[in-house]
Design a protein around this ligand. Structure first.
Ligand SMILES: NC(=O)CC[C@H](N)C(=O)O
Length: 227
């Protein structure tokens, strides 16, 4: 499977994401600049964390106007997996690929620590390798991680099983403890915690690996070569 890691000015987790794919799960991965406009040759698209355009206006707001965004939308419409982590999640929200908005953390502090997440749904292409209800340890590092949506949106997220991860001990004030949500079709995921920083137990946790493995597993199932 061939992945693209999108690099915006101010991305700072792009290399971690590249490492997670190349060394963590052994798949092909390339950096693609925000100024590019074609992602047709890629099977999966990864938006990394960071401070794109210095978080000016709102986190992710300026990156959401990059040329690459229309390419991401085009590939997402084809059903390709798109994962936005932290600032990547903020960009997906600002670009309208996911519902809701990101507010400053409750308490106005930048939080950088490992948190516990509950895997809420294992039917998603992003979570099939986990157990439902499994508690996983994944780092967070953000100032604007307080996810908000109105009750009507929450109800549809819940009813359509689009809340994939919740916080066990909500660190940022996110509504209903939401840590990660998917789009209606299920091929776009945004999450604040960083699975790409949890791919080696020696560095604290390898609980993020299963997320990337799930993507590859689902992709292989739908792209199986029948002889
Ligand atoms: N690690 C990150 O992606 C940081 C996200 C973001 N710019 C914030 O601090 O809210």
């Amino acid at each position: 499977m061939k992945f693209a890691v999108i690099v915006f000015p101010g991305s700072n987790c792009d290399r971690d994401m590249h490492h997670a794919i190349q060394e963590g799960i052994g798949e092909e991965v390339h950096f693609v600049r925000h100024t590019e406009s074609d992602l047709a040759s890629f099977d999966g698209i990864l938006l990394p964390g960071g401070f794109s355009h210095g978080d000016y206006l709102r986190s992710g707001a300026m990156a959401a106007t990059s040329p690459i965004i229309s390419a991401i939308k085009k590939e997402a419409e084809k059903g390709k997996p798109v994962l936005g982590v932290c600032n990547g999640f903020q960009v997906l929200l600002e670009a309208g690929l996911l519902p809701g908005a990101m507010l400053s953390n409750e308490g106005q502090r930048f939080i950088c620590r490992t948190v516990e997440l509950r895997v809420e749904n294992t039917k998603s292409i992003f979570t099939t390798s986990y157990e439902k209800g499994q508690i996983i340890r994944i780092p967070v590092a953000h100032g604007d991680g307080n996810y908000f949506c109105d009750e009507e949106t929450y109800k549809s997220l819940k009813d359509q099983e689009r809340i994939l991860f919740t916080y066990e001990d909500n660190p940022n004030g996110s509504v209903h403890n939401i840590a990660g949500i998917s789009n209606e079709r299920g091929n776009v995921l945004g999450m604040m915690p960083h699975p790409e920083r949890a791919v080696e137990s020696l560095l604290g946790s390898d609980d993020g690996l299963k997320l990337f493995q799930s993507i590859v597993k689902s992709w292989r199932e739908t792209h199986a070569v029948h002889s």
